[in-house]
Design a protein around this ligand. Sequence first.
Ligand code: ZN
Length: 417
Amino acid sequence: MIVQYRMKRFFTIVVLPLMFSCLWVLAVAQQPKSRPHVVVVGVNGMEWDIIRPLLMKGQMPSLASVVQRGVYGKMRTLPAPNCPKVYTTIATSTSPEENGITGFIVGGATARTDMLKKEPLWSILSNNGVTVGMANVPATFPAMPVNGYVVTGMLTRGKGCEDGILCSPKLSEVKGGEAVYPPSMVAELETNVGDFWIDCSRMPTAEDLKGKEAEAIDHWLQQVSQVRAQQAKLFDYLLSHHPTDFTMFVQSCEDRVGHWLYPVQPHNVGYSPNLHAVRLEAFPEQYRAFDQVLGTILQHVDKDTYLFIISDHGIKPLREFEESRRGRSSGHDHGGDTPIIAKHDFADGDDVPGAFIAIGPNIKRDVRLMGFTVSVFDIAPTILNLYGIPQPAQMKGRVLSEIFEAPSSQPAKSSAR
Ligand SMILES: [Zn+2]
């Protein structure tokens, strides 16, 4: 009897719970693990010199809330950085010479996705079953098929783009390729978002400005506000109705405004009181407005989402004195004859670093990255690593393991540059 009882008790107290706990462990292990949720917000030309005072004054509350919860700092960019080539390096972790997108114009033609020689991040993610959503990412025209959707960005061709550089076609005015993948999504976007501008407005010409500077500035800034409002509506719609594992959106008006309305002083090259004493707040205002767009995006970012806020480069007042000494123009390759006061395609890209800010479940909090620890080459390997996808041999960057609390628990091994 005693032996029987002891056996029964042993079975009840030890064996049964052990069996249940084993079954539970097996059940949990067999559950499909949900993929990480990653949102990348890109800004064309986010300038720390302008943003840091605004953060100090509490005028970018959404960005401040992100900075406090994550890691932040400068991001090393390419020499003579511009948007198409840097965003393509971000996407492929290869140099412009390797990936084929060396600037706005490649071999006499506007850069297009069919010139790409290396597989971009969104294609690698798609091929690994990760759902992808993208809007307004530069140099993504014509839209490539992905496991999700694409709305193209800067360098989309269409009405008013005949000179090959920057233009701003509306969705209905796109020519020479698809701006939306899948094409069936065009009608849905037109119904729910409207006929939006794909990219920020072209800068006014010298002729547009002559003798009517204040009026032309105000008119142009109003259009920029409309473009940003449409972009915010588009992002909100896509996040609400087409959630994807990986989502990337880019803003482009900040850079455009900085080129000719950077708040410069009389000692700066190209200073003209008619232009530069009129709307001193125009450029900082772009970042206050960006902060509101970020606030909209943050409504879709929960505690389990990784959020990366990045920029391809900063922007600074003209300073490259070697250009005039060597007889080169200090112009820029955005096209047109707008009298520019600031630019970013300086020979030394370290003059105009980009920005890097990241938050996420296991990302360190309130940590400033000093110097140039992060490079534009490191974004794609770091994002692939979050999904446990090994870094392809083409990629020159590294996984930013130092931004995570527990690097050893990362799903894939980091490979050094
Ligand atoms: Zn620019």
